[in-house]
Design a binder for this molecule. Structure first.
Ligand SMILES: *Cc1c(COP(=O)(O)O)cnc(C)c1O
Length: 360
């Protein structure tokens, strides 16, 4: 067996301890004679798996009792529609556009109501987070929407926007569990798990109870009715059982390392190694305004397409995979999620130094 350092933006690296445990339990989950994949979702064994996953997530994030935790499907992309369908009472929402995922969410929401762009960083290819301390928030906005960590561009909201009392909704797909957050500042926190938690196919939605509504428009599909999904404990239909099981293991892995404070420390340490090098070399440079840099996704460029292609190719040969930037941005991007070991980041920087020396 030989494993690479996988810098993919998603699906992405998972903790080896988790993969090994899943391997050990593959044929016979804890003496029940079958794999979790083969188990009825109505069995007590699976109910235990999902209940324990929820309890561990609540514990990790400090989720208050008046918030529901849902394990759903459809990708974060489906929730671009689920959010307006469930939250628009007045039919109005304000969006902050800091990248393609926020823009896609905005375009989807427009199908269901009046949607205002109250801030954007599109003017500089999303390389910064706009000042959101005093935005023209709509009087009748049902919510204010952000994409908290911009996977493609490598920016993050270090400070949440001032929503002037309106409900904050955040897509946290690429920064889920990367550091502690104050859940009570949000109405909805949601994201796909394939960036920082588990295998693709599971979305986690954390929603304040008073936002769940009985009086949804008739056109809302049952599978997108968050009240229904909450009432049914995420099991109106068959949930993504195996994915939820792996997420549960990742929650335990994070707890074993000391929880989200420890994750933050670890992630800051890793990111600093890479950013310090980017700020102090002659070949590579980061593309994001310093104060808005993400701890999770680090885009960088050389500024010479041929040399960048050579870099990605030689890095791959050296066991450093998936460093090519997003197809719409070019250059390189290193995603250094929770499960990327510090050794991986050190190996990347060593390789960059070598490449710099050889190609100067
Ligand atoms: C990857 C990503 C998405 C899209 O996720 P899907 O599961 O492919 O729908 C949405 N938002 C953010 C921030 C992402 O990183």
């Amino acid at each position: 067996m030989s494993r690479v350092y996988n810098f993919s933006a998603g699906p992405a690296v998972l903790p080896e301890e988790v993969l090994k445990e899943a391997q050990e339990e593959m044929m016979d989950y804890r003496g029940c004679g079958m794999s979790v994949m083969e188990m009825s979702h109505r069995s007590s064994m699976f109910q235990e798996i999902i209940d324990e996953a929820e309890a561990d997530l609540r514990d990790l994030m400090g989720i208050p009792d008046n918030y529901k935790v849902l394990f759903l499907q459809g990708g974060a992309t489906l929730h671009f529609a689920t959010i307006p369908m469930n939250l628009m009472k007045n039919g109005v929402a304000d969006y902050i556009i800091t990248g393609q995922w926020a823009k896609k969410a905005y375009q989807e929401a427009k199908k269901y109501g009046k949607v205002n762009v109250v801030a954007s960083s599109e003017d500089k290819t999303y390389t910064y987070i706009p000042d959101c301390s005093d935005l023209p928030i709509s009087e009748d906005a049902d919510y204010v929407y952000i994409c908290q960590n911009n996977t493609i561009y490598g920016t993050v909201f270090h400070t949440l926007p001032n929503t002037k009392g309106k409900t904050l909704v955040a897509d946290v797909s690429s920064c889920f569990l990367s550091e502690p957050i104050d859940v009570e500042k949000y109405g909805v926190i949601y994201g796909g798990v394939q960036k920082n938690i588990g295998p693709s196919g599971v979305q986690i939605v954390i929603i304040r109870e008073d936002l769940l509504r009985e009086d949804l428009p008739d056109y809302v599909p049952t599978m997108m009715n968050l009240k229904m999904m909450a009432d049914k404990g995420s099991m109106y239909n068959t949930p993504p059982c195996y994915g939820i099981y792996i997420c549960g293991k990742v929650f335990k892995w994070i707890k074993s390392l000391g929880g989200l404070e420890a994750m933050k420390k670890r992630n800051e340490e890793k990111a600093a190694i890479l950013y310090d090098y980017l700020d102090n070399n002659t070949m590579f440079r980061g593309t994001v305004r310093k104060e808005d840099r993400s701890l999770m996704n680090v885009p960088f460029v050389i500024g010479d397409k041929d040399l960048e292609a050579k870099f990605v190719k030689e890095a791959k040969a050296a066991g450093l995979e998936n460093l090519k930037g997003h197809r719409t941005v070019g250059g390189m991007r290193a995603s250094i999620y929770n499960a990327m070991p510090i050794e991986g980041v050190k190996a990347l920087v060593e390789f960059m130094k070598k490449f710099e020396a050889e190609n100067a």
